[in-house]
Design a protein around this ligand. Structure first.
Ligand code: 5GP
Length: 183
């Protein structure tokens, strides 16, 4: 995408460039390849936000793996960190599987804590979490994230799968959405 695409005008700052994303995703893929040797992991994409990260990540993992998809929706006082509910469940069983949940961003931790609660009693051999972004200062629910791409400050970010009102998912960078867009 060209830098003169109008979507860039809605950002107050580019936080993470395409090149930084590429390098980090490559490194994460290499770590997973090492850690899951011989384990035929099942990677779960949490729709829709992690779709872009997910499709890049799986192509950096050099071994056989399976994929599946889940969708969660947030509701409540604010849509970023309200209560969550399951919109689409997995198609496959996770019994005996080494599961890796692939998320775009961890904010309060509520979404992933909820997901782990759902999956924990389905007999998986292991369940780990990978998130491209983490806002550690926003955590309200204790949650261990096993692999993190970037720690970021408390700002509302878009791009590389992350949206605002379904827009900006196709931005190749991660940027802070200018306040003028929602105030
Ligand atoms: P949590 O449940 O950890 O508070 O929130 C996780 C979900 O909130 C993410 O999957 C994402 O959908 C949304 N979210 C949290 N922070 C941001 C942000 O800065 N930008 C966008 N676009 N979504 C966010």
């Amino acid at each position: 995408m060209k830098q003169d695409c109008p979507m860039y005008e809605d950002l107050s700052e580019i936080l993470i460039t395409e090149e930084q994303i590429k390098n980090t995703v490559k490194n994460l893929g290499a770590r997973i390849t090492r850690d899951y040797q011989g384990k035929n992991p099942l990677l779960i994409c949490i729709l829709k936000g992690s779709s872009v990260f997910f499709t890049d990540l799986i192509r950096e993992i050099d071994m056989p793996l399976d994929i599946d998809f889940m969708a969660i929706s947030s509701y409540g006082p604010n849509t970023v960190s309200g209560e969550v509910r399951l919109v689409k469940d997995l198609d496959c069983s996770i019994e005996g599987r080494n599961v890796l949940i692939v998320e775009d961003i961890v904010d309060s931790g509520k979404t992933l804590a909820y997901l782990k609660r759902i999956l924990n009693n389905r007999g998986a051999a292991s369940i780990r979490i990978i998130s491209l972004l983490d806002k550690p200062s926003c955590r309200t629910v204790p949650l261990a994230v096993d692999y993190i791409g970037f720690e970021i400050p408390n700002a509302f970010v878009v791009g590389y799968g992350l949206d605002f009102n379904e827009k900006y998912r196709n931005l190749p960078v991660i940027g802070v959405l200018d306040e003028k867009m929602y105030k």
